[in-house]
Design a protein around this ligand. Structure first.
Ligand SMILES: Nc1nc2c(ncn2[C@@H]2O[C@H](COP(=O)(O)OP(=O)(O)OP(=O)(O)O)[C@@H](O)[C@H]2O)c(=O)[nH]1
Ligand SMILES: [Mg+2]
Length: 411
C-alpha cells in the first residue's frame, strides 16, 4: 500500500473570537496529519458563530473548497472537529475526494502505533464504533478499500467496512479485550506483591515522556518527534546509584479534544496510572501552547479519577524553552532537558527526595547473618546509612520508607 505523501487540505471552522487557540489547534491538526504520512498542501478556514449543522462550513465555502481541491490536486480533506454522520455524508456527496475528520485521523495514527494485543484491539474497537453510525446502505461508500490515511486498521489488518461484519467484529473484539484485560490485571497484581514503588510518567503527546523514561531506565522505548509515538504502557525498573530501585511506567500521550471513542482505550492503558504511587507529569516548555497542554493533562487525570496521587511536574526541553514560557506554580516542579545526562541524574535525586517527602524515617537493627533481608531493604527503602556493629554482629540501618511499605523493614 503506497500511503506516502497523500496531499491533504485542512479545513477549520473558527467559532470563537480567540485567534490563538484556534490557530494552535489547526497547527496541531497539521502535525497529526504529518504523523499519519500526509502532506498538508493547503488550509481553508471559515469564521462563523456556529458550525454549520449540515455541512460544517457554509455552502459557499464548500464550493470554494471544491475548487481548491482541483487547484491543488488534493487527495483528502481533513476537518478540524469530529463530523456528525450526516455532516460527513453531505460533505462527501459534494466532494470527489475522501473526507476525514480529526477523530478519524487520530484513530488512524493510533492504528499505526498500537503494539500490544490489547492496544490493537482497543484501537480497532474505537474505529469500528466510530464507523458504524457513519455507514449507509451496504456501508462501503466510504471507499475504504482505497487505502491511505483513515483506512488503516491496527497491525496489518484492513478495517472492516461492511455493517453486518462490523457488528459481529465489535462483539468479537470486546470479548477478546476482556480476556487480555484479565491477563494484564493478573500480571499487575503480581507486581504489586513485589512491593515496589511505582511511578507513572504522563503528559501531553510529544512532551518527551519516552525520552525521559529511556534515559532514566536506559531502555529503548520508541521515542520520536511524532505525535503518539507511544501507545502502550511500558514498565521498567529504575536503579539509582545508591542501589534504591523503583518501577517507572511510560504511558500514552494526552491530547485536546480526545475523540470519545478513544477515551475507553485510553482509560484501559491508563489504569496503571491510577495504581501508581507517584506521577511524573512531563510538560514541553518549548511549545507555545504549553499551558493548554498542561491543563488538558490535569483535566484528563481528574477524569480518570486521579485525586490523591502526588504529582511532580517536570518542565522538559528547557534547552529550547519558548520565550513566553512561565512555569505554572501549582505544586512541586523542576525544569530539565531530558537530553542532558546531568539533568537525568538530577531527576533521579528529585524523585528520591519526592518519595522521601511522603515517607517515614526508620532506624532498625538487623542481624549480620540476615543478608537477604538487608539486600531487600537496600533496594526497596531509601537507605541513608548502614553501620556495622562488631560487638553485636548486626547492622544498624536508617532511612526512609513510605508508610504503605513499612512491612519491608519489619520481620
Ligand atoms: N530539544 C529537546 N528535544 C527533546 C527533549 N526531550 C525530548 N525531546 C524530543 O522530543 C521528541 C518527542 O519525544 P518523545 O520522548 O517521543 O515524546 P513522548 O512524550 O513520549 O511522545 P508520545 O509518545 O508521542 O506521547 C523527540 O524528538 C525527542 O528527541 C529535550 O529535552 N530537548
Ligand atoms: Mg512516548
Amino acid at each position: 500500500m503506497n500511503e506516502k505523501n497523500e496531499k491533504v487540505i485542512l479545513v477549520g471552522c473558527q467559532t470563537t473570537e480567540k485567534d490563538d487557540h484556534f490557530k494552535l489547534s489547526m497547527e496541531e491538526l497539521a502535525s497529526l496529519t504529518r504523523t499519519a504520512n500526509g502532506e498538508v498542501v493547503s488550509q481553508l478556514v471559515q469564521k462563523r458563530p456556529r458550525i454549520h449543522n449540515a455541512t460544517y462550513i457554509g455552502k459557499g465555502k464548500l464550493e470554494e473548497l471544491r475548487n481548491l481541491i482541483d487547484q491543488v490536486g488534493a487527495d483528502i480533506v481533513i476537518f478540524n472537529n469530529e463530523l456528525t454522520p450526516s455532516q460527513l455524508r453531505n460533505i462527501s456527496n459534494h466532494l470527489s475526494v475522501r473526507v476525514l475528520d480529526r477523530t478519524q485521523l487520530i484513530l488512524d495514527i493510533f492504528a499505526l502505533r498500537a503494539k500490544t494485543k490489547e492496544g490493537k484491539l482497543q484501537v480497532e474497537l474505537a474505529q469500528l464504533k466510530y464507523l458504524l453510525p457513519r455507514l449507509i446502505g451496504e456501508g462501503t461508500e466510504l471507499s475504504r478499500q482505497a487505502g491511505g490515511i483513515g483506512t488503516r486498521g491496527p497491525g496489518e489488518t484492513k478495517l472492516e467496512s461492511d455493517r453486518r461484519h462490523i457488528r459481529s467484529r465489535i462483539r468479537d473484539v470486546e470479548s477478546q479485550i476482556s480476556h487480555v484485560k484479565t491477563h494484564r490485571e493478573r500480571s499487575r497484581s503480581k507486581r504489586k506483591q513485589n512491593e515496589w514503588i511505582q511511578i507513572a510518567i504522563v503528559g501531553y503527546t510529544n512532551a518527551g515522556k519516552s525520552t525521559l523514561f529511556n534515559r532514566l531506565t536506559t531502555s529503548d522505548t520508541f521515542e520520536e518527534n511524532l505525535l503518539f509515538a507511544t501507545l502502550d504502557t511500558t514498565t521498567r525498573k529504575l536503579k539509582t546509584n545508591s542501589g534504591y530501585e523503583f518501577l517507572v511506567s511510560d504511558t500514552v500521550g494526552f491530547i485536546q479534544d480526545l475523540p470519545t471513542t478513544l477515551v475507553a482505550a485510553f482509560r484501559s492503558t491508563l489504569e496503571e496510572v491510577l495504581e501508581s504511587d507517584f506521577i511524573i507529569h512531563v510538560v514541553d516548555c518549548s511549545n507555545e501552547d504549553y499551558e493548554t497542554h498542561e491543563k488538558t493533562v490535569n483535566k484528563l487525570l481528574l477524569d480518570l479519577g486521579v485525586k490523591e496521587i502526588p504529582i511532580i511536574k517536570i518542565y522538559n526541553k528547557i534547552d529550547m524553552m519558548h520565550p513566553n514560557f512561565i512555569p505554572i506554580n501549582d505544586g512541586k516542579f523542576i525544569k530539565i532537558s531530558a537530553l542532558n545526562p546531568n539533568d537525568i541524574d538530577g531527576v533521579k535525586n528529585e524523585l528520591i527526595n519526592f518519595i522521601k517527602d511522603f515517607s517515614d524515617s526508620f532506624n532498625i537493627s538487623i542481624s549480620a547473618d540476615n543478608g537477604s533481608k538487608i539486600a531487600k531493604i537496600r533496594k526497596q527503602a531509601i537507605v541513608e546509612s548502614i553501620i556495622f556493629n562488631e560487638e553485636k554482629q548486626n547492622y544498624s540501618i536508617s532511612g526512609f520508607v513510605p508508610n504503605w511499605l513499612t512491612h519491608i523493614i519489619k520481620d
